[in-house]
Design a protein around this ligand. Structure first.
Ligand SMILES: NC(=O)c1ccc[n+]([C@@H]2O[C@H](COP(=O)([O-])OP(=O)(O)OC[C@H]3O[C@@H](n4cnc5c(N)ncnc54)[C@H](O)[C@@H]3O)[C@@H](O)[C@H]2O)c1
Length: 381
């Protein structure tokens, strides 16, 4: 191997820690990149957990304090895969130490935290990116190409939902390992920052900025036992959120997310209706893009289901033969590939912290609108 090694220090060994480790391991086999990720160190708070994780994924060493990891001279990049309340502090320290930073979404709990993080990476001039990985599902990237090529014409509507059903039981506690998403102090918000953040990032990438929103939220279970204190405490997160949006291009958006939609585990869908054509996508069938073009011959016109596996389709020339599909985990491989490709050329890969902050600002406007029952203009738009 004659590629320059790129030493990764990964913090947080849960769901995303696994998804990212898998991506670092695979990317060099499928993409010809200027840098080769090396799994240098993994960090989690419990030594036995992080050691088992490191052995499984092939990390060379372990740390139990992320500050020690950042102090290490043999680490080039810090990957933040920890709950949202840690993103700001870790990013600020990593930037000050001159490390490249790959931060999980949402960028932070609040736009104010996000602003601090932007200032830190821009001051230190360190490469940075946020893991809004759905942009790099080939069918979603194809949607972007079709829109940018003008196939849809003027866009009228953007419709997105992200539905789950795992917090319906009132017996479910909040807080601690596995359930930090229900603790507002750690998560920042509920479905807005967790699920709608993905929908908003994809929407603005495909359809441009959002100017204003009006939202409603609900917390169906008002109190839950807290895993860390053992006490029954008020639930501060939004269990469900629906909002209307006005995009800068004049189109209208509707967004809905809940963890109370019985039967749905991760139903992320979007549909876009344009003057000439419409497209829709469904995470449960992520390798397909549905497309309807009004300009087709009227006798054969209809929704077509594009199986996004041909070589000329985004990312697909790196994988198998046409007709064979790839999955969820590959979106993370693509993100690493794009980041390293850009790094090799001294360029940025999207979304940077500054670009991801736009989503943070929409989330903030959504929560403000739900509280005030008013339309709210998005800051920075
Ligand atoms: N891009 C996506 O689609 C996606 C999907 C899931 C989660 N996420 C984001 O990834 C982040 C992590 O989520 P997850 O689902 O992997 O969570 P998780 O609960 O599965 O894992 C979190 C890990 O962080 C560790 N951790 C917590 N505090 C720590 C600290 N101070 N020092 C070191 N390690 C610490 C925990 O021990 C655990 O290993 C969150 O910001 C979440 O919003 C993104």
């Amino acid at each position: 191997m004659n590629k320059k090694p790129w030493n990764v220090g990964l913090i947080g060994c849960g769901f995303m820690g696994r998804a990212h480790s898998n991506a670092y391991r695979k990317v060099g086999n499928f993409f010809d990149l200027p840098l080769q990720p090396v799994l240098k160190a993994a960090c989690a708070r419990t030594r036995s957990d992080v050691t088992a994780f490191a052995n499984n994924w092939g990390y060379e060493s372990v740390e139990t304090d992320w500050r020690r990891m950042i102090d290490r001279k043999d680490i080039d990049a810090i990957d933040i895969c920890t709950p949202n309340d840690t993103h700001r502090e870790i990013a600020l320290a990593a930037a000050a130490a001159g490390k490249a930073i790959l931060c999980e979404k949402p960028l932070a709990r609040t736009a104010a935290e996000g602003a601090d993080m932007i200032a830190a990476v821009e001051r230190a001039k360190v490469p940075n990116i946020v893991w809004y990985n759905y942009r790099r599902v080939p069918a979603v990237t194809l949607a972007k190409q079709l829109i940018d090529a003008g196939k849809l014409g003027r866009i009228f509507h953007y419709r997105a939902v992200f539905l789950q059903d795992w917090t319906i039981s009132s017996e479910l506690p909040q807080g601690g390992t596995g359930l930090w998403r229900l603790d507002k102090n750690v998560a920042g918000s509920g479905v807005t920052g967790d699920l709608l953040a993905h929908c908003i990032d994809t929407a603005m990438w495909l359809n441009g900025g959002i100017d204003s929103v009006t939202a409603m939220t609900e917390t169906f279970v008002k109190e839950r036992k807290h895993n860390l204190t053992g006490k029954v405490e008020a639930v501060g997160i939004d269990d469900a959120c629906a909002f209307l949006a006005r995009f800068g291009n004049g189109s209208l958006g509707t967004f809905e997310s809940t963890r109370y939609a019985r039967g749905h585990k991760a139903l992320y869908t979007f549909e876009i209706n344009g003057e000439h054509a419409s497209i829709r996508w469904d995470l449960h069938d992520l390798h397909r893009l549905e497309y309807f073009d009004h300009r087709d011959d009227s006798l054969t016109r209809g929704w077509r289901s594009i199986h996004v596996t041909d070589r000329e389709m985004p990312y697909m020339s790196h994988w198998w033969v046409p007709g064979l599909q790839i999955g969820y985990e590959h979106s993370f491989v693509h993100q690493v590939a794009d980041f390293l490709e850009a790094l090799g050329q001294g360029k940025e890969a999207a979304p940077t912290f500054r670009q991801a902050q736009l989503t943070q600002e929409v989330c903030e406007a959504v929560l403000k609108s739900a509280a005030s029952k008013q339309w709210v203009d998005v800051a920075g738009e």
